[in-house]
Design a protein around this ligand. Structure first.
Ligand code: GLV
Ligand code: MN
Ligand code: MN
Length: 422
């Protein structure tokens, strides 16, 4: 047995409180609650600010310190016995999609906080400090790109560029961020360069596999890669009644042909592994009697194979130009994240703790993106998945069972102790 597979003395997992963890989900789901039972808590919105403020209250009540960095990432710290050691960090995000669920992201933040509380309740000392993180703007629905907080934390030179990003209403991220941090007056400032010993993210699976296989825990083996693009089609506004076909520069018509061309490219594999989504489509001026002069839309392309990401992604520009008809097309790649594999320290610790606790489990690859993709670049990283109902996510009806959420938090608590005391 190595250090990690050895059973921990006192079990942090035994102190995980299922009811407390569930109640925190219920309390957080009030911020941005939608009529269909989901949440709309987009990054740095009034709802996100209120959720952060409540989180800060819980942290203060518990007597833990709270830190905030220049992109608004939050860190809750439970000190270790070695004052010079880097922390074992766990967390996820508090923001949601516009029609998001009550568990995507927030579960990983609350599970990490529950782990810290449980470890505290159990009176366990750790050599390394333990921290729970809430990364800013993982979803990227309001301000693009997503995973912004974890990206900037791991690549601080991107901060200035991100501060200038605008949402659809023209709000500059820097201003939304200032309002957010102003609502957290007690949080201490933290520099980006603060080292991390290792990172573990707990998350609902957001897919159907664990439920179908009747497994409680997914030991995550990696995350597929993604490339995202913004496509702008520039035509000309014209009168719908008077402009003959031959004179039109109809941006919508061109955009529809471009999307059809892209579908041919991306719907190539019988195995149905490649994912291609046009999730946002904006038409201007969007008036019934005006030939549309401007369209922009997004491409979200994902694949676990780097060579496919490169090969298909590199053809996007050509297909857009070939189908542009009389319009001008501008193609901007907004994000490129290669696939990653989780092996070694953290993945081994997750598997060992899961086995010790006796939960039905399996290895699983992530189709969704996560902040762990960026932390992976700076420290040993891994993830824990728990099932969600019918695999439905990015949907207001997203659901998860309190017992499964608690099981993931128990694994996480033991893993954090094991890694902090190794
Ligand atoms: C994360 O929310 C993703 O879109 O994968
Ligand atoms: Mn998420
Ligand atoms: Mn999400």
């Amino acid at each position: 047995m190595n250090e990690i597979t050895k059973p921990a003395g006192k079990q942090a997992s035994a102190a995980v409180n299922e009811q407390r963890l569930w109640q925190r989900h219920v309390d957080m789901a009030k911020f941005g609650a939608t009529p269909k039972g989901g949440v709309n808590r987009q990054a740095l919105s009034a709802e996100d600010i209120k959720a952060r403020a409540l989180f800060a209250e819980w942290v203060a009540k518990r007597g833990f310190e709270l830190f905030v960095d220049e992109i608004g990432n939050l860190f809750v710290r439970r000190p270790g016995t070695d004052p010079n050691a880097a922390p074992v960090l766990s967390g996820s995000h508090m923001d949601s999609q516009p029609t998001g669920g009550r568990f995507d992201g927030i579960y990983g933040v609350l599970a990490a906080f529950e782990a810290l509380e449980a470890i505290d309740d159990a009176g366990i000392k750790t050599k390394r400090p333990l921290e729970a993180a809430a990364w800013t703007n993982e979803e990227g629905a309001r301000f693009a790109p997503g995973c912004m907080g974890s990206l900037v934390y791991t690549k601080p030179d991107r901060l200035q560029q991100m501060l200038q990003v605008k949402d659809a209403q023209g709000t500059v991220l820097k201003d939304a961020l200032a309002a957010t941090t102003a609502a957290l007056p007690k949080a201490k400032k933290r520099a980006f360069a603060t080292p991390v010993d290792c990172f573990i993210e707990a998350h609902i699976e957001q897919g159907p596999i664990l439920e179908a296989e009747k497994k409680t825990i997914g030991v995550v083996t990696g995350i597929q890669g993604s490339r995202r693009f913004k496509i702008e089609v520039i035509g000309q506004d014209d009168h719908a009644g008077t402009t003959p076909r031959a004179r039109r520069k109809d941006a919508l018509s061109a955009a529809v042909h471009i999307v059809a061309g892209l579908e041919k490219l991306f719907h190539w594999d019988k195995e149905d592994v490649t994912r291609f989504t046009v999730g946002r489509f904006v038409v201007e001026p969007n008036a019934p009697s005006v030939v549309p002069g401007y369209v922009w839309f997004t491409i979200d392309f994902r694949d676990p194979r780097l060579e496919i990401l490169d090969k298909l992604g590199d053809q996007v520009e050509g297909i857009c130009q070939a189908n542009a008809r009389k319009c001008e097309v501008k193609v901007t790649q907004t994000n490129r994240t290669p696939p990653i594999g989780f092996k070694g320290l953290v993945a081994d610790a997750v598997l060992a703790a899961t086995q010790r606790l006796g939960y039905p489990h399996m290895h699983i690859f992530s189709g969704a993106g996560h902040d762990a993709q960026h932390l992976f670049n700076i420290c040993p990283t891994g993830m824990i998945f728990v099932p969600c109902e019918r695999g439905i996510s990015h949907n207001e009806i997203e659901n998860a069972a309190p017992a499964d959420l608690a099981a993931g938090a128990r694994v996480l608590a033991d893993v954090m102790v094991d890694l902090a005391n190794r």
